[in-house]
Design a protein around this ligand. Sequence first.
Ligand code: PLP
Length: 420
Amino acid sequence: MRGKKLPFTNEQLEAIVANFPTPFHIYDEKGMVEFARYFNECFSWNEGFKEYYAIKAAPNPYLMKILHQQGFGIDCSSLAELVLAEKVGLRGEEIMFTSNDTPAEEFQKAMELGAIINLDDISHIDYIEQHVGIPELVCFRYNPGALKGGNVIIGNPEDSKYGFTREQLFEGYKRLSEKGVKRFGIHTMVASNELDPDYFIETAEIVFDTIVDIHKELGVRFEFANLGGGIGIPYKSEHKPVDLKKVSDGIKERYNELIVANGLDPLKIFFESGRVITGPFGFLVAKVLHLKETYKKYVGLDASMHNLMRPAMYGAYHHITIMGKEEKPHNQLYDVTGSLCENNDKFAINRLLPEVEKGDIVVIHDAGAHGHSMGFNYNGKLRSAELLLRENGEVIQIRRKETLDDYFATVDFNALPDFQ
Ligand SMILES: Cc1ncc(COP(=O)(O)O)c(C=O)c1O
């Protein structure tokens, strides 16, 4: 078969589409679970290793429950995400709260749940103390600035709004030690969608070096190093997935050289990945509504960028399969569009596809992270449903599609007749 693998056959998908109208996102439970097990296995050398799934990637409680059963915690960045974690049944240090520009009520909720609080800025020490008190365990987000090059999505660390400078880190840990805090963590996240395994090993080395230096200067001992998210996925068929075993082996080597050699073990390694956990296991399924030929050839879908905005937002590539036509010659050049009144509402530009017909079922790959979750209602578009393909082949709905009533729920039409 050309291109990328799918967890269902054409016939299976036709049966699903007969039950659930397009467009929808469908997630492959088997793929997600197998990957979660592999991730844990790669880092099993590290006692206390934990992946905190960054729920912003696909904030669905059913997916979260599946991942929690594999031992994952959850990384939240807002009040709604904290409440979601709570609803899934997570409490305490199974929750990481990595936020920025944070309002007091979000810190309040994180404290109430006993989450690990990761502060984004040195001024937040006073802010959190004033509004909710100093947590027992505190983590700071480190921005290594010029020490580390960034990448396209997250930008250069020095231009990035996130985190403490190195000097601020030392000052922050000193101030907290003076306030009697005894439990510390450190966090960094300097890349997004990075495919080079060495990138993560270098990042770990920078963090471990920093831990050694802070310990030497301040006597602070760290419980964990959270290496953030940012593990990329092979959106293009010719890309290779990140070799997690290589990442783990490289991090273990640096751990022995820096952490163990300086008597600073045990140190728990955490990640807060989102994309790699659900991205490859989610698919946006749509139907061809219209075909149009002007200066170019267009395939108009019943999905729009409100279902998946990555191509429009970052020019991101998402592989497209026209179901049942995988083996046909891909010799037609199309733009694949949605219906928003925005010319960038395109899933693909100048993409070679087989001859497309109205009614064809179209699968957009790697839509499981930052896909449905980035959805929006511009042009009155309604968010679509989310489905789960279970390990036994059953398909269940894990979020219904929005209705017009949902869309209008925040407006009081009853007051309109009296409004002059
Ligand atoms: C603070 C933080 N942690 C984790 C993640 C997850 O990153 P990814 O989905 O690239 O793994 C993000 C993504 O935006 C983030 O901002």
